[in-house]
Ligand binder design. Structure first.
Ligand code: FE
Ligand code: FE
Ligand code: ZN
Length: 297
């Protein structure tokens, strides 16, 4: 089986997509995910055509299939809040256009938080924004991310995600991003991956999974915290993550790591090169953190 794996990488104004491709190749990845600007704000730079075409040439040369590359929408926008409707629609439309300009076909989106107006109202607002943005001509699929259920987050159950998809007119353009840390924190026990996936299949349909975010969790089952941990160092554990990464039903789905950088007194180092290496070997590395530090220092 050909594993499709990569990580979150940066996208900066000087190198744009070309820089993202180069960074991901340094981790031994064959795909990646980027934010088109800082995830915490909605300031965005125009997409440079020349850098985009250089990036596409490099991807062809290095066998990175652009269909597996992912954009993550900023998490500051809250589609469930009706006060932001006009802004949400215009921003999401622009973000879809930027993703199309990069030639990328899938965008991950957090459904939103109802912030006290109630789950049903929140879900209705999310549906309205999606219906205002998606048309038959949209070239990007939206992958609604499964959430940990922190605060009033919507999408903490497969049923909530299903309810959103059911309300959207262009249903074929809406898929799901399954985040292992989030579903664990929401209460889905990854000690039984088969059971979780067949539950997902019964409620939404396994074919709807467009991306899997691979993260361990700093907290326990049903903790609703959403704090990612490095692979094998958290409460989900290495073997359960390997079971989902190599699951036959998910073999064509890109896997993206969003695990935390390793903090030291001298700086922060990306863990991805070493995490991807142990995933490829299916062998947990007891020296993970010290290997990362000695490589980058
Ligand atoms: Fe996310
Ligand atoms: Fe995620
Ligand atoms: Zn998260």
């Amino acid at each position: 089986m050909k594993l499709i794996i990569g990580s979150h990488v940066s996208f900066n104004k000087d190198k744009q997509l070309l820089g993202s491709v180069i960074e991901s190749l340094g981790y031994g990845s064959n795909t990646f995910m980027l934010y088109t600007g800082a995830p915490q704000n909605t300031k965005r730079i125009p997409i440079d055509k020349e850098l985009t075409s250089l990036a596409h040439n490099l991807m062809k040369k290095e066998n990175i299939n652009i269909d597996n590359v992912i954009v993550h929408a900023p998490y500051i926008i809250n589609l469930a809040n009706p006060k932001n409707f006009d802004f949400n629609v215009s921003f999401l439309k622009e973000e879809i256009a930027r993703t199309e300009a990069l030639g990328i076909k899938q965008m991950v989106l957090h459904p939103g938080s109802h912030v006290g107006i109630g789950l049903e109202q929140g879900i209705n607002n999310i549906i309205k924004v999606l219906n205002a943005c998606l048309t038959e001509d949209t070239k990007v699929d939206i992958c609604l991310e499964t959430m940990a259920g922190k605060g009033t987050e919507i999408g903490k159950t497969f049923e909530e995600i299903k309810q959103i998809i059911d309300g959207v007119h262009c249903k074929d353009k809406v898929k799901v991003c399954l985040d292992t840390c989030h579903i664990h924190d929401a209460g889905y026990d990854l000690n039984n991956v088969n059971q979780v996936l067949s539950l997902f299949d019964n409620i939404i349909g396994i074919k709807k999974i467009g991306v899997v975010h691979i993260n361990d969790s700093k907290n326990g089952l049903e903790s609703h915290k959403d704090r990612h941990e490095n692979i094998g160092l958290g409460n989900i554990g290495f073997n359960n993550l390997i079971n989902i990464i190599y699951h036959d039903k998910l073999k064509d789905v890109p896997k993206i790591l969003e695990t935390p950088y390793i903090n030291t007194d001298n700086g922060k180092y990306p863990p991805y090169r070493f995490e991807i290496d142990m995933i490829k070997k299916k062998q947990f590395n007891n020296q993970l953190v010290s290997d990362i530090i000695s490589f980058y220092k």
